[in-house]
Design a protein around this ligand. Structure first.
Ligand SMILES: [Zn+2]
Length: 410
């Protein structure tokens, strides 16, 4: 069992972090498929962080089609993958869309090895190895779309007859730590991640081979030119940041039309990351509700209540959609466009604190207020917020909550 340690190299959110737990609180191992025909820990991490706004990738482990295992998070991290059951679960994702594909044999073996190893590490019985769909509230979700009873019976066969010596032992390979600068001639996983990203953005870096050759160089130069940053063909901190934040929806005519990325997103949309949201009793809750609330300007508390429904209706009205207060595929897509157009969404209360709060959201309000955008919420920013609030005739407290945020960006 070959485990590649990517705990330090995958995309992470600039300010949000997952909470931690003790190992003793872990009760379940959750099996997922990625619902995409291809992909990687790197690509899922970017999707979860950049598109969903999560603190990091949702899974603890990703098992590739070739059977290699990416280690994304320590078991003590509570990542997002099974909603209300996140706190007591470890997530394993197999790359593939098993509605239409089957796991490769190497992949299946690796997933079984890994699960067996984790069962032993965490003292979890085979009955507590569940497919995503078997978790409370997920009976509608076609994940992982393999027979879990068969998966469990294979595990039982392995564990039943055995002694500890038969438990697969992991060998760890260090994943590449991110280098500060990448340029021609460099090789490695970070170059591969760069190529994947350029490819997602339609800059066509040639084969995704982890080698920074002429085509990759050419793509970097074209990207730097398109992004309006210094053009040197070297990927340093600025280029890296710009690549991360680059708006994928911008049409870059000379580089052609959207590629498979669009389909992948559609698939992720339908089965892995989106459910239909509506005002129900009991109220629906979760990260996806928060995401909707942020985007429609409702109070962000993670519960889909009457106020959220009202804001969704208003949003639907503005967008010329059917006004029903229900977040279905069409409304989700419209919400995605809100994100794609880069209208900033409210995510937290900003105020003057010691030490100063910092982040991209602070930068955004600074830009909107025309003060120097250093990303630190200091006294000048606070004063300017007060002045703005006074002008707007809203309560003057120097704190950017949902209301001030909405006024700033409307
Ligand atoms: Zn899943």
């Amino acid at each position: 069992m070959n485990i590649i340690d990517k705990r330090n190299s995958l995309a992470r959110h600039g300010s949000r972090t997952y909470r931690r737990r003790s190992r003793g609180s872990i009760r379940n191992i959750a099996i997922h498929h990625s619902a995409t025909t291809s992909g990687s820990a790197e690509a899922f991490a970017r999707y979860h962080v950049n598109s969903l706004g999560w603190p990091g990738i949702g899974y603890h482990y990703v098992v590739d089609r070739d059977g290699s295992i990416s280690w994304c998070y320590d078991l003590e991290i509570v990542s997002y993958h099974v909603g209300n059951s996140n706190g007591m679960s470890v997530g394993i994702c197999m790359v593939g869309d098993f509605r239409t594909q089957t796991p490769t044999s190497q992949q299946r073996e690796a997933a079984l090895d890994l699960t067996q190893y984790l069962m032993s590490e965490l003292n979890i019985s085979v009955d507590n190895v569940w497919g995503h769909i078997e978790f409370p509230g997920y009976s509608w979700k076609p994940c992982p779309s393999i027979s879990m009873s068969q998966f469990r019976s294979q595990l039982a066969d392995r564990t039943g007859q055995t002694n500890r010596s038969a438990i697969p032992s992991p060998t760890y390979v260090a994943g590449a730590r991110q280098r500060t600068y990448l340029s021609r001639g460099d090789q490695g996983d970070d170059v591969r991640a760069l190529q994947e990203r350029l490819n997602e953005l339609n800059f066509k870096p040639g084969p995704i081979d982890g080698i920074f050759g002429p085509q990759t160089y050419d793509a970097v130069v074209r990207f730097q030119r398109a992004a309006g940053i210094g053009v040197d063909g070297i990927v340093g901190p600025q280029t890296r940041e710009t690549l991360r934040d680059f708006d994928e929806s911008l049409e870059i005519v000379e580089h052609g039309s959207p590629t498979d990325e669009a389909d992948e997103r559609e698939e992720l949309f339908t089965s892995e990351s989106r459910r239909m949201l509506r005002h129900n009793t009991p109220m629906m809750r979760g990260e996806d509700v928060r995401e909707v609330q942020q985007k429609v300007g409702a109070m962000v508390d993670g519960f889909f209540g009457p106020e959220t429904e009202q804001r969704v209706r208003e949003f639907q009205q503005r967008e010329n959609l059917t006004v029903d207060g229900i977040v279905g595929p069409q409304t989700w897509r419209a919400l995605d466009r809100v994100n794609a157009n880069n209208q900033p969404s409210y995510s937290r209360l900003l105020s003057l604190q010691t030490p100063y709060m910092r982040g991209d959201d602070v930068k955004r309000i600074q830009r909107a207020l025309n003060v120097s955008a250093d990303g630190l919420y200091g006294p000048i920013t606070e004063r300017t917020v007060r002045e703005f609030q006074r002008r707007e005739g809203i309560s003057v407290d120097g704190i950017v909550g949902p209301q001030t945020w909405a006024r700033l960006f409307q």
